[in-house]
Write a protein that binds this ligand. Sequence first.
Ligand code: 6R9
Length: 704
Amino acid sequence: MGVVDDVQVSEAEIAVHWREEEYIQPPPALRAEANANDLAIRDRFSEDRFPECFVEYAEMLTWDRKWDTVLDTSQPPFWKWWVGGMLNACVNCVDRHLETRGDKNAIIWVPELEEDETQEITYSELHRRVNEFAALLRGFCGVKPQDRVTFQLPMVPELPVAMLACARLGVIHSEVFGGFSGTACGQRMGDARSTILVTIDGYYRNGQLIDHKVKADEAVEAARKEGVEVEKVLVFRRIPGEYHSGSPVVEGRDFFVDELLEQYRGQTVEPESMRAEDTLFLMYTSGTTGRPKGAQHSTGGYLSYVTGTSKYYQDIHPQDTYWCFADIGWITGHSYIVYGPLALGTTSVMYEGVPTYPDAGRPWRIAEKLGVRIFHTSPTTIRMLRKVGPDEPEKYDYHFKTMTTVGEPIEPDVFRWYWRVVGKGEAAITDTWWQTENGGFLGSTLPGLEKMKPGSCGPGALGIYPVIYDEEGKEVPAGSGRAGNICIRNPWPGAFLTVWGDPDRYVQTYYAKYNRNPKSTDWHDWPYFANDGAMQSADGYFRILGRVDDVINVAGHRLGTKELESASLTVDEVAEAAAVPVIDELRGRAVEMYVSLKPGHEPSAEMEQKVSKAIERDIGKIARPKNVWIVPDMPKTRSGKIMRRVIASISNFTDVGDVSTLANPEVVEGINEHVRSTKVARGDVPRKLSEAELEEIKAYGHVE
Ligand code: 6R9
């Protein structure tokens, strides 16, 4: 990045003028009961104690065999943690709690329909279900350790059961977010060479039982195009015994799990003892080029990291009721609904539906009824709940001790509402910054000990040493008022092993930029480049500004620009397509598409619909563009590259900047006129942008 043909735009040169927010102190009562209750913990994790400081996390787990080496750096940047160690993730999340907490709830599942019964799944019950499903996977599907099994499951208890069953067998699971399209799921199956798909007939959303099995049929088709023949589709039924999908049951391929399970009732499966560096799961995420990347997570490193961070940053105690209101199809759900909380033996709440069904009081009724003490969600959900029910929380008698926000930058104002109204001023908030690739938190405050600053995530998490570099690799000092690229200086146990099937891409995307010597086996020479812009204030707190690559973060979901554009290009009439982010009050960012048509085709509302539908089909509803603009020609550089920052500025009503260096500057005015007048007519004018938002738009697409 840096060079936009003739224009220099460097993240590191951006000065961000933002008001220092006032601190909020953690509640004193929390300090007394918190797992991290003494600031000396920071010394235990000081840089001179690295990597041994993380032994504390590994010791929270039960090992079949202890490790010989804490951190193996012999093949940089492919770091290996706890080498020589053997363990099973399912044993750590289920079996080891049976004796002391077998009758305690592991999962409480809340269905969307309020009149439907909540399911309480004790650790013993979870053990039974996991074993039966593991027996089915092994017996009926013949899976072996490190095979891949793909799920496209919504928020139903069958999802954690299936994950833990795979973990028990040493099978790699790959869950694709239920809201993504079947095509997106099939492409990921192709990439992972996965021949078994686990799905469900339907689930509730906004009070409707929606058809989900149809996506499995699309997935099978898409996988076939990638050269993978799906052998078995295992279909759970949302209401056992009833089938609620219009999709036909394909003989010999589709099977109802509730029927198959009859043969496996009461069976148990010996857990496979896995090497620490074996793969536990894949989680696909969008990045700088077209294809999504399969972030490959380890068994020992990952599990130790999510357990340690759940303990200190979520402040989970076994007796707590903990609710992470996120989707398990997202890394947050893997780490902080399933693996971390269950490894600690707590009760983890899962909710099937949308936050505001049937009304904006729903989350708070759930919190009151279940006695939730820890609440975890995203800025998008918080904004939505504030918008539709700003006074709802006070009507309910619940008391949180800690709350988390994750996934996008949170506006200070929204943060304060979360703290004052949702948290009733009694809870500490952790604003946790991290990514799919990281396994667990990278930046946050310790809830009982460190003050909060709205809009900033805080310092590096325990044992994590972030740094901000400019384009040349020079450190941007704290308090300089300048932004740059946030990197992590050191490896950490939760970091992914590699990009599935593409080790070069792993090195290129995350390490090449700031590597000092490709031959070095010293980790100091390999800072991890997060692809986020950030700045550090004088107090050491980091403020994350957003992505520096071509990724649009919609409601916490990373959507790749190239994926959106490829989907648009599947429409025959479309010649060129460009995706840009627009600031959106609820979802943080929304997508707008610009397309030009092949000769002989005229713009029409129908054509806009076609593009929108193609995106929905290939990626999912979450990616549906707010607007599709059909333009006569795209603004381009002399080398023919689309200038995304120009159209991004137009969509956001900001200054388009210098366009004199474009090959076709004359098109800009026409597009500007059309887009802005249409938006004004639709009442779709964005609010005045903050300094940081302006910079983001100005820097958008700077890789071109
Ligand atoms: C866990 C998760 C990662 C991207 C990341 C950043 C943004 C996440 C944030 C945040 C500001 C926070 N992000 N947490 N930005 N403050 N607390 O979200 O993973 O889906 O991979 O997204 O989300 O831009 O790079 P993932």
